[in-house]
Design a protein around this ligand. Structure first.
Ligand SMILES: [Mg+2]
Length: 171
């Protein structure tokens, strides 16, 4: 099986991620997808699950950056009230822009966890960058048309990974 589609860890949603364990493992930075990870697709504001995750990161001193393929206005509107640094049009699964962002912000890749709801963009990019990752379930089924097509493939792979016992939380 191609290892680039295998996430390091799996949690059902961001609020269930054991941030205390991440901190214990030495993680200092989180590169988090926006749409259907931190909040629903086209939801302008954070929801309670997303907020719970951000609060935990703050408590355990993990700095959160939003990495989104969406356009600037969408990402800015969401991130600015939360004081989150972000990259828009990040072009996941390609890594060039994210790599520049990582260097510009002095992010140590060895202490970084990437979090997202899509295997073929979020997890694939993280593995190409040699960054550990967490796969979550999408917040809602609504999405961009292209993403919805990707989801069919994603669902199939997710089931295979699950059956092989490759979707697990931090032990
Ligand atoms: Mg997403």
């Amino acid at each position: 099986m191609r290892t680039r589609i295998i996430p390091t860890y799996y949690y059902k949603s961001v609020d269930l991620i054991e941030v205390d364990k991440l901190a214990k493992l030495g993680y200092k930075y989180a590169l988090v997808d926006l749409d259907n990870t931190l909040t629903g697709f086209h939801h302008a504001h954070i929801n309670s699950k997303g907020q719970k995750f951000l609060d935990a990161c703050k408590k355990y001193d993990i700095q959160v950056f939003v990495v989104s393929n969406n356009k600037e206005s969408r990402v800015k509107e969401f991130c600015d009230p939360l004081n989150l640094k972000y990259i828009f049009h990040s072009e996941k699964p390609f890594t060039l822009k994210i790599n520049h962002f990582i260097k510009r912000n002095n992010i140590d890749k060895n202490k970084t966890i990437a979090i997202g709801d899509q295997i073929f963009t979020d997890i694939y990019a993280a593995n190409c960058l040699r960054i550990k990752s967490i796969l979550v379930e999408p917040v809602q089924s609504k999405d961009l048309i292209l993403t919805m097509i990707n989801r069919l493939r994603d669902k199939k792979i997710r089931k295979i990974l699950k059956d092989k016992g490759l979707l697990k939380g931090i032990e």
